[in-house]
Ligand binder design. Structure first.
Ligand code: ATP
Ligand code: MG
Length: 137
C-alpha cells in the first residue's frame, strides 16, 4: 500500500489545526501510520529541502520551518501521494482550490500550512529522514 510523507508546518500548528487537518486525511481514506511532533533543527530542515538549496527563498524556508513545532506524519492509502497533494491544494494558498488545506490554513506561498511528498521516490527518502522503519505501523 502506498505511503507518503506529510508535515503540518509551524503556521498551521499555531492555528491549532492538527485535528482539522488529520480529519481531512482520514475522511479521504488516508490512514495515519506514524506521527510525531517536534521542532526541526536547521541542519535537518536544510537536508530535507536540499533540492531547494540554490533557490532565493531557501534561507527564509529553513528559518520558517524551524520557527516552531511541526507534526511529521506517514500517510498510507491507495494512491496516497497524489491523494495527499489533492487534499493539500496548490503551493500558493491564493491559487489553492476552496476546501483544500492550503486554502483553509495557508497564509502565503512560504507559510502554506503543509508539506506533502511529490512522488513515491521522494516519499521514501523523506520518510527515512524522519522515521525508523518500526515507527511506521
Ligand atoms: P512542499 O514541497 O512543501 O509540499 P510544494 O511541493 O507544493 O511544497 P515546492 O516547489 O517543493 O512546493 O517548494 C517547497 C516549499 O518551499 C513550499 O511548500 C513553500 O513552503 C516554499 N516555497 C516555494 N516557493 C516559494 C516562494 N516563491 N517563496 C517562498 N517560499 C516558497
Ligand atoms: Mg515539493
Amino acid at each position: 500500500i502506498e505511503q507518503t510523507f506529510s508535515i503540518i508546518k509551524p503556521n498551521a500548528m499555531k492555528k491549532n489545526a492538527i485535528g482539522d487537518i488529520v480529519s481531512m486525511f482520514e475522511a479521504n481514506g488516508l490512514k495515519i501510520a506514524a506521527a510525531k511532533i517536534t521542532v526541526l533543527t536547521a541542519d535537518k530542515a536544510g537536508e530535507f529541502y536540499a533540492e531547494h538549496k540554490a533557490r532565493p527563498f531557501f534561507g527564509e524556508l529553513v528559518s520558517f520551518m524551524t520557527s516552531g513545532p511541526v507534526m511529521l506524519m506517514c500517510l498510507q492509502g491507495e494512491g496516497a501521494v497524489l491523494k495527499n497533494r489533492e487534499i493539500m491544494g496548490a503551493t500558493d494558498p491564493k491559487k489553492a482550490n476552496a476546501g483544500t488545506i492550503r486554502s483553509k490554513f495557508g497564509d502565503n506561498v512560504g507559510e502554506n500550512a503543509v508539506h506533502g511528498s511529490d512522488s513515491v521516490e521522494s516519499a521514501a527518502r523523506e520518510l527515512a529522514l524522519f522515521f525508523e522503519k518500526h515507527e511506521i505501523c
